[in-house]
Design a protein around this ligand. Structure first.
Ligand SMILES: Cc1cc2nc3c(=O)[nH]c(=O)nc-3n(C[C@H](O)[C@H](O)[C@H](O)COP(=O)(O)OP(=O)(O)OC[C@H]3O[C@@H](n4cnc5c(N)ncnc54)[C@H](O)[C@@H]3O)c2cc1C
Length: 371
């Protein structure tokens, strides 16, 4: 089977790339070892922390802000393509601060405001009026009205369906396990094998999340990725009018609009296993109840664990042409912000494939490394 572009991996990043390439008129094939969004994407909370990123400036912040800017137009395009609305929380993010965090955030606040972004400092009284029910001993909070939250699985499904409507074909339960490449550098990936498909493409995009390391190795590239476990849960909490996503350190309370909330996520570097644990459940519940005491009466609906792909030896994400290859591009290692960064990753890969360049002058900071 032949196509202009083959995307390996159908998480949020691969599906966003498949959609942008199909929308640009390319013939696209997407393959995944499992179901769409069955990797990190399916475990994610979909919180899009762009404006309220902690760092005042730098390449990562620039990437996040550029991606956030693309969300509303992308959602509008998907809704127009599919004729249905997608769930988006547009009530912003409320980040609660400890006393010791205030000085650092004031610097970020000043930098964002100077760059024209709306980021507000709220007193404890203002916090309580924006989001009732939170604990009373707050030092204050940052409110970011233009940050968003989306449902990662539904968003990924929408990207996939919209790509299909533009002619993209997808094949699931097809793990890529080997490649044929041209004999001399710059190499070309000539053939890609899955158990029942033999695929040839003008361009091959490696967007396989944690699976990217093994595939890169097969191609003679080193792209070590660490699995950083995250656990989260969903609760039914009646009686509190929830508005924005509430963030307190690593803990997010994510209102889903139906009286239920996602609560998460843990950040675990050396977990004993990949599945959910009682300890994480206890930790999340304790922190959630401390943050909002009324949650002690909430019903636990479900809980889960996932694994974030974190690059080792370079910053997240890994984006751009693979060193030594003429037709291989990489979009992986998005670690804790893959949902937020999916639109900009897709736009960059589309520009690299169609025009051989991209507007983002800081892309080299994320380029796959030649080891
Ligand atoms: C608990 C948790 C909460 C999170 N919360 C947020 C959040 O609020 N906001 C945010 O922006 N990010 C969040 N993240 C991070 C985010 O989920 C990831 O960065 C993002 O999903 C990465 O997307 P991806 O498409 O690169 O990878 P994945 O979603 O892992 O997709 C990779 C796909 O590649 C496939 N694959 C692997 N190997 C092969 C192979 N050999 N052949 C074919 N296919 C293959 C897999 O089956 C998988 O479907 C969270 C993550 C976790 C775990």
């Amino acid at each position: 089977m032949n196509c202009d572009a083959l995307v390996i991996g159908c998480g949020v990043v691969g599906c966003a790339i498949a959609y942008e390439l199909a929308a640009a008129g390319l013939s696209v094939i997407g393959v995944d070892a499992g179901e769409p969004a069955s990797g990190a994407t399916g475990a994610s909370l979909g919180v899009l922390m762009g404006v309220c990123s902690r760092q005042p400036s730098g390449e990562v912040v620039q990437l996040r802000l550029k991606s956030l800017e693309q969300f509303d137009p992308l959602i509008a395009r998907l809704e127009a393509d599919l004729g249905r609305t997608l769930p988006v929380n547009r009530r912003g993010i409320l980040r609660l601060l400890q006393e010791e965090e205030v000085a650092a955030w004031r610097e970020t606040l000043a930098a964002r405001q100077q760059a024209g972004y709306d980021l507000q400092w709220l007193s404890p009284a203002e916090v309580r009026s924006l989001q009732p029910g939170l604990r009373s001993d707050l030092a204050g909070a940052i409110y970011s009205p233009h940050d968003r939250q989306i449902h990662p699985k539904l968003f990924t499904q929408a990207l996939l369906e919209a790509a299909q409507r533009r002619g993209a074909r997808f094949f699931f339960h097809q793990p890529v396990y080997s490649f044929q490449r041209s004999p001399d550098p710059p190499f070309r990936v000539e053939v890609v094998h899955t158990p029942s498909l033999t695929l040839a493409a003008g361009y091959v995009v490696l967007a396989a999340g944690l699976g990217s390391s093994a595939l890169a190795k097969e191609l003679g590239l080193q792209m070590p990725l660490q699995a950083v476990k995250g656990q989260a849960l969903r609760i039914q909490a009646a009686g509190i009018p929830w508005g924005p996503v509430v963030a307190d350190g690593d803990l997010n309370l994510v209102p889903l609009g139906d009286g239920s909330l996602w609560v998460g996520a843990t950040v675990e570097f050396q977990p004993p296993h990949a599945g959910p644990t009682l300890l994480a459940l206890q930790d999340l519940l304790t922190r959630a109840i401390r943050l909002c005491p009324a949650l002690a009466e909430a019903r636990l609906l479900e809980h889960w664990a996932g694994q974030r792909p974190r690059p080792l030896g370079q910053r997240a994400p890994i984006l751009g042409p693979a060193p030594g290859y003429a037709n291989l591009l990489v979009a992986t290692g998005h670690y804790r912000n893959g949902v937020l960064l999916a639109p900009i990753s897709a736009a960059i890969l589309r520009d690299l494939i169609l025009e051989g360049k991209t507007d983002l002058d800081t892309l080299s900071a994320f380029a796959p490394r030649q080891k």
